[in-house]
Write a protein that binds this ligand. Structure first.
Ligand SMILES: *Cc1c(COP(=O)(O)O)cnc(C)c1O
Length: 485
């Protein structure tokens, strides 16, 4: 890792200038609500001292963060660029147009929509845009005057039938799909007749023939590809082939791996954008931007996506769209490609660190930014492993593994991701050390009796691991040179 692939230093006095900005901002906040200023300081201190391995988190640059704290937050701008339901939106137009332009250029997409407030919002916009493009929808009046929250299962059935019995085929939650890909309790599982595809029971990999067979039988309107916890690349060209064979729209949710697409680690068949009709993403995960979402679309779907407001969204978060523009400008720099490659290389190192120490990984390894460790071989549930690691200052999240024997709450897996610590400058050696520390904690932790939650770690282990990780963190500081006092 070279210094310029981190968020550290676009200019020599960058850290000093950012420090000044944050000190001033905290002083202003302090004058109104000192406890918020204090919590803000504490959050930085805590983030600086934690080994953040949560695969969906990252650290945005001070430029991105500072962009969010402006008066753009005060502006209403419902509508689209140049066509707003509110007056005096000329500067929001500039911001949204730039965010969309950077997104189109970065991802090579014909159209980009920068308004979604989050990944879930981006998916809702995409779902409704696909329905609006492909299905003759009835007016709401036809459905009666009920509030959607009051709809019974039978009402939903009627609603779906009226909308053309739309079907959605997505990756199952336990093999790495997201809850917006048709999970029953989520709106996506209610709007659509839903079915899931999983992974091969032996290899843990997506079996494209099985996806094709499911698609042929189920005939989905939408085929969703993308994941939150699948440690492998996906062949989106094949997914598109399958979608075309059954007349489905291919929607790819690249929320997790957008940074690897932006950084050209995923190209050709692994780049979803040229293959999908509609691509959605978050901007705050591997893409390292502000908390938000984006929708990319082909010309065919663009007009419907552009109606995200008022279809799904209200007023856009103009301050966040501005920060998206800044983050996307950063991602178009050559340094971001180095970063993205380092994220993938570091995941390899982490995975090898685990397997060389005898730990079992779902699919046996990784070729993206995340690693899914099966903790059953340590005699633990995901919940116990997550807690024991947290005691040692290692922040991860428990995650179901395919056909999880402990269910979605306790789980049997721990998901690790490299985007955040790579931003801090961790390289292959540090990630091998991370694997060593994790294995040290887990192999010294035991379940208490038959409990799926209680555990005990051998004396001294958590403290020793915490000290070793603090040393690595100190050598790779978060926001180097940024001081609040
Ligand atoms: C994180 C994630 C989302 C949701 O993003 P939010 O910003 O939390 O709403 C959607 N899809 C996938 C695949 C994700 O990983």
């Amino acid at each position: 890792m070279t210094a310029d692939s981190s968020i550290a230093a676009p200019g020599t006095d960058y850290a000093a200038t950012a420090s000044e900005a944050y000190r001033a901002a905290l002083k202003v906040i302090e004058s109104v609500e000192p406890r918020i200023a204090e919590a803000t300081r504490q959050e930085l201190a805590d983030q600086r001292d934690s080994l953040k391995l949560i695969a969906s988190e990252n650290y945005a640059s001070p430029a991105v963060l500072l962009t969010m704290g402006t008066w753009f937050s005060d502006k209403y701008a419902e509508g689209t660029i140049g066509h707003r339901f509110y007056a005096a939106c000329q500067n929001v137009d500039t911001v949204e147009a730039l965010a969309a332009e950077h997104a189109r250029e970065l991802f090579g997409a014909p159209y980009a929509y920068a308004q979604p407030h989050s990944g879930i919002d981006a998916n809702l916009v995409a779902f409704w845009a696909i329905l609006a493009t492909r299905v003759e929808a009835p007016g709401l009046a036809e459905l009666g005057a009920k509030h959607v929250n009051d709809l019974s299962e039978a009402d939903w059935e009627t609603l779906r039938a009226k909308l053309g019995n739309q079907r959605l085929l997505g990756m199952s939650l336990d093999t790495g799909g997201h809850l917006t890909h048709g999970f029953r309790p989520n709106i996506s599982g209610k709007m659509f007749h839903q079915r899931s595809y999983g992974t091969d029971a032996q290899t843990g990999l997506i079996d494209y023939d099985a996806v094709r067979a499911a698609a042929k039988e189920f005939k989905p309107l939408i085929l969703v590809a993308g994941y939150s916890a699948y440690p492998r690349r996906v062949n989106f060209a094949k997914m598109r082939e399958i979608a075309d064979e059954v007349g489905a729209t291919l929607m790819v949710d690249m929320a997790h791996f957008a940074g690897l697409v932006a950084g050209k680690v995923f190209t050709g068949d692994e780049d979803p954008v040229p293959h999908a009709h509609v691509t959605t993403t978050t901007t705050h995960k591997s893409l390292r931007g502000p908390r938000g979402g984006l929708v990319l679309a082909t010309e065919e779907y663009a007009p419907a996506v552009d109606k995200g407001c008022p279809m799904v969204l209200g007023g856009p978060l103009s301050h966040v769209m501005a920060a998206k523009a800044v983050a996307l400008a950063e991602a178009r720099q050559p340094a971001f490609r180095e970063y993205a490659q380092a994220v993938a290389d570091n995941a390899q190192s982490l995975a090898e660190g685990f397997t060389s120490r005898g730990a079992r990984l779902v699919t046996g390894g990784t070729d993206n930014h995340l690693v899914l460790l099966d903790v059953t071989s340590f005699g633990l549930t995901g919940r116990q492993a997550e807690s024991a690691l947290l005691d040692a200052g290692v922040v991860t999240n428990r995650n179901a593994i395919p056909a999880d024997p402990n269910g979605a709450w306790y789980t049997s897996g721990i998901r690790f991701g490299t985007p955040a610590l790579t931003t801090r400058g961790f390289g292959a050696a540090e990630f091998d050390k991370v694997a060593e520390l994790v294995v040290e904690v887990l192999s010294n932790t035991q379940a208490e009796g038959t409990s799926k939650a209680k555990y005990a770690t051998a004396d001294g282990v958590a403290a020793r691991v915490h000290a070793a990780s603090s040393e690595m963190l100190a050598a790779n500081p978060l926001y180097p040179g940024l001081t609040l006092s």
